[in-house]
Design a binder for this molecule. Structure first.
Ligand code: NIG
Ligand code: FE
Length: 405
């Protein structure tokens, strides 16, 4: 099957095949080709160029009508498999309760765990697929999805089986992360130590036996799991070949970055609270710092210091954190806009953070995240736009003409 896209005003995000991420000053550039065409063969980018399109027999020819063609967004941190919603807590938040106060009252993650417990696997799949279709229609071409609203072995497996079904039913890339240590399950209230034992000795072996997870995550933060507990879970997970992607430094300087890097984490995520020490540790690692501005926006938290990270030569990825408690949106274009408006990233830096670096943060930058020959043709054809900057600038104006998976 051959598809030719021509009449492209600009092809955005071209990278050589050996570039798996962009760091520091590299993040300021988005390589492009004007007046371009692109040839797809059997779902992969076969060729592209500028000027007259080649005369080849194709199954479909798409006239981009002077729009841009860019890689789809990758979203390397979400919790989109959940039941119901938490609109009641939205009211508590408006009344002034903090995320930690809501959690301490037994709301928050435990509230979602109760809802999920009372929802069948089929219904959970149905609700979650609605969200997956929603993010696909907004240009997401790869998504990482976490468990973590089960908090007992059966319900964690239920979530991961739903993620597996999603993987099998959509054309976009899906990666699954086991997050049993998202909060202490209700049955273990006051017995955190035993809960960590359960995660290590019952949940992890069961998840591994069914091959349900690509990654492991721990909410390493004040009021949730300690550095020691995190280390213990990550050690255990490494025996099953699960690479860490962890929640770190959302609510406090938690030591999460250090423990993540010590365990060769693929990414450390959130990072609302970080200083020079975290930057120094990350500089000696292959770990992608991943920031979640949608969470800062929704909870009124500080935004991650993305500019400081980039100025010190580090890469930065952005993700939506789509979840019912701290970021009920999976719109990566809005994430890109928040990156620019609130974190003061340039549109080019935000673009790279949501494409190639986001792909790296979920282990798919070999096949996604840029316009590169041989990569999957997972592409957004935009309407006619004045510039790349227009995408985050006019962030509510529809910009997609067609998406190709
Ligand atoms: O990434 N911080 C921990 N986990 C999620 C929120 C989960 C929830 O509140 O349901 C997050 O923000
Ligand atoms: Fe999260």
């Amino acid at each position: 099957m051959k598809i030719l896209i021509d009449n492209i005003s600009s092809l955005l995000g071209i990278l050589p095949c050996d570039k798996k991420l962009l760091a520091g000053a590299e993040m300021s550039e988005v390589q492009s080709l004007d007046n371009a065409w692109l040839l797809i063969e059997d779902g992969f980018i076969a060729d592209f160029g500028s000027g007259e399109a080649p005369q080849v027999d194709v199954d479909r020819q798409i006239d981009a009508e002077g729009g841009f063609v860019m890689p789809t967004f990758c979203d390397p941190h979400t919790h989109i498999v959940y039941a119901g919603c938490r609109d009641g807590e939205f009211r508590d938040k408006i009344e002034g309760l903090s995320y930690e106060e809501i959690a301490a009252r037994g709301g928050g993650i435990l509230n979602s765990a109760d809802l999920l417990h009372n929802t069948s696997e089929d219904e959970l799949y149905r609700q979650s697929m609605e969200r997956v279709r929603e993010i696909m229609s907004m240009g997401t071409g790869a998504v990482e999805i976490k468990s973590g609203y089960g908090l007992n072995t059966e319900d964690e497996l239920k979530m991961l089986r739903v993620i597996k079904r999603i993987k099998e039913s959509v054309p976009i890339e899906v990666r699954a992360t086991f997050l049993g240590a998202h909060a202490v399950g209700r049955a273990y209230h006051g017995r955190q130590c035993q809960y960590v034992d359960l995660v290590c000795n019952e949940m992890l072996p069961a998840v591994a036996a069914e091959g349900l997870a690509d990654f492991v995550d721990v909410f390493c933060d004040s009021g949730f799991f300690t550095v020691e507990e995190t280390s213990c879970i990550l050690d255990c997970a490494s025996r099953y070949g699960l690479v860490p992607k962890i929640h770190a430094n959302e609510l406090a300087i938690s030591g999460g970055v250090q423990v993540g890097v010590a365990h060769n984490a693929l990414s450390v995520d959130h990072l609302e609270n970080t200083g020079a020490e975290e930057i120094a540790v990350l500089k000696c690692s292959n770990t992608m710092p991943t920031m979640l501005p949608g969470c800062s926006f929704f909870l009124g938290l500080p935004y991650g210091n993305a500019r400081g990270f980039i100025a010190s030569g580090l890469p930065v990825a952005l993700a939506s954190d789509y979840n019912p408690g701290s970021s009920p949106s999976g719109n990566m274009r809005f994430v890109m806009a928040l990156g620019c408006i609130k974190m003061r990233l340039t549109p080019e830096q935000a673009f790279n953070a949501c494409t190639i670096n986001a792909a790296y943060a979920m282990g798919v930058s070999d096949s996604l995240g840029s316009i590169t020959k041989g990569k999957k043709a997972s592409l957004i054809i935009t309407k006619q736009l004045p510039s790349l900057a227009y995408i985050p600038y006019s962030h509510q104006t529809p910009f997609i003409k067609e998406i190709i998976w």
